[in-house]
Design a protein around this ligand. Structure first.
Ligand SMILES: [Zn+2]
Length: 394
């Protein structure tokens, strides 16, 4: 059997008075997804384990069958994997944002949307001032990486996008290694504000912020775990990094951006093109999450409708046979503009044989979360459970 798993990132939401007490998903016109639901199975799954932060890395690891409590890659290590950055045993990787801090307040987690050209130059200057035990690697725009060679780093950090307009003193890195990590941030600040390039180009990014720490550990093979040859389609580094960790291939797709203007049609086309080569294809779409972070109801609804029309509908209409799983990683409610750890609704549908329906829902929306006929509490067992449900069709 073959499988296509579709992940509309940050899909689910909360009802909003201003929009007739509806959510973007609730009000979206999604006939293809609704068809999968009406002719498939549904339920909910807890992708974020109790006590874990509702990060995309945690949720996506769960959905791909990895226990995020055991594998503490962290955002930094995942992005290092995605970008083939060499990390030695024992080193800790941090996601390193260029940020704007004014009067001890986090004004902007993206350093005024610093351009890659500028961040590359500033990363170069930082590397000149630090020794080889603190190495910086340029990424895209404000998203960069630091690899730190020090034994027993024990630290608790906060993502800068969670503290916009807040005083930073309660959120600076804490714990046994807090002073050490803070001293790196302080030194970087001095380097940045004294740089001629910074002054000449009037950059808004006047600090770095270290967070998302973790270690690159030996990966596990998805293929060995499930006896399925798999690949992912995604524009974002988190998914590409997790794919590397699991030895899943990354299918290169032109025109995908991780934003509203992404080429939805190509995600479908390249999945179908590769369906003979792989047993399992994971299609991730970032746009609904992005709309959630921006608090934009119409963009979120529109992204959901595009997923329906340009990915799910053609998958359904194609002659190829495969099972389909639709599940978001976590909610990104417009109201909070960040992720929450609420359970998410899934659909299982098969193009081989009709899967036995377990519900009377006609529209895929957050109602399923409230009245779910079935709930899976352990996110990292979800995929294994899906495979076993589909195998019952044989
Ligand atoms: Zn997000």
């Amino acid at each position: 059997m073959k499988y296509i798993m579709v992940i509309p990132d940050g899909l689910t939401d909360l009802r909003i008075k201003k929009y007739n007490n509806k959510t973007p998903l609730d009000s979206a016109n999604i006939p293809a997804i609704d068809y999968l639901l009406q002719n498939g199975m549904t339920g909910t799954v807890q992708t974020i384990p109790d006590g874990c932060p509702p990060g995309s890395d945690i949720a996506q690891l769960s959905l791909l069958g990895v226990n995020p409590r055991k594998v503490k890659l962290g955002r930094g290590a995942i992005e290092a994997l995605a970008n083939n950055i060499k990390v030695n045993d024992g080193e800790t990787v941090f996601r390193t944002n260029f940020v704007t801090i004014e009067n001890q307040i986090m004004k902007d987690y993206s350093g005024g949307g610093i351009h890659t050209k500028d961040s590359k130059e500033m990363i170069k200057q930082l590397n000149q001032e630090f020794d080889e035990n603190v190495r910086f690697f340029a990424g895209v725009g404000y998203r960069n990486i630091a690899v730190i060679n020090k034994k027993n780093i024990k630290i608790k950090t906060t993502p800068p996008h969670d503290i916009t307009d807040k005083k930073i003193n309660s959120y600076v890195p804490k714990g046994q290694s807090g002073d050490f990590i803070n001293s790196i941030m302080t030194k970087a600040h001095e380097v940045i504000i004294n740089s001629n390039y910074f002054k000449k180009n009037k950059l808004k990014a006047n600090n770095i912020w270290l967070w998302g720490e973790g270690k690159v550990s030996n990966g596990v093979s998805f293929e060995k775990s499930y006896n399925l040859k798999g690949a992912v389609i995604s524009a974002v580094d988190i998914i590409k990094g997790i794919a590397k960790y699991l030895s899943l291939d990354v299918i290169k797709v032109p025109g995908i951006t991780g934003e509203f203007n992404t080429n939805y049609g190509n995600k479908f086309k390249y999945a179908l093109k590769n369906i003979n080569k792989y047993d399992f294809i994971y299609i991730h779409i970032e746009a609904p999450d992005e709309a959630g972070h921006q608090g934009n109801f119409n963009e979120k609804k529109s992204a959901i409708e595009k997923i329906d029309k340009m990915i799910i509908k053609p998958l359904l209409e194609s002659k190829e046979k495969f099972n389909i799983i639709v599940v978001p990683d976590h909610p990104t409610p417009l109201k909070y503009r960040t992720h929450t750890n609420e359970k998410v609704p899934f659909i299982l549908y098969s193009k081989y044989k009709n899967i036995k329906s377990n519900h009377n829902f006609s529209h895929y929306c957050e109602d399923i979360v409230k009245k779910s006929p079935l709930h899976l509490n352990t996110g990292h067992n979800f995929l294994k459970w899906c495979f076993s449900e589909f195998k019952k069709l044989n």
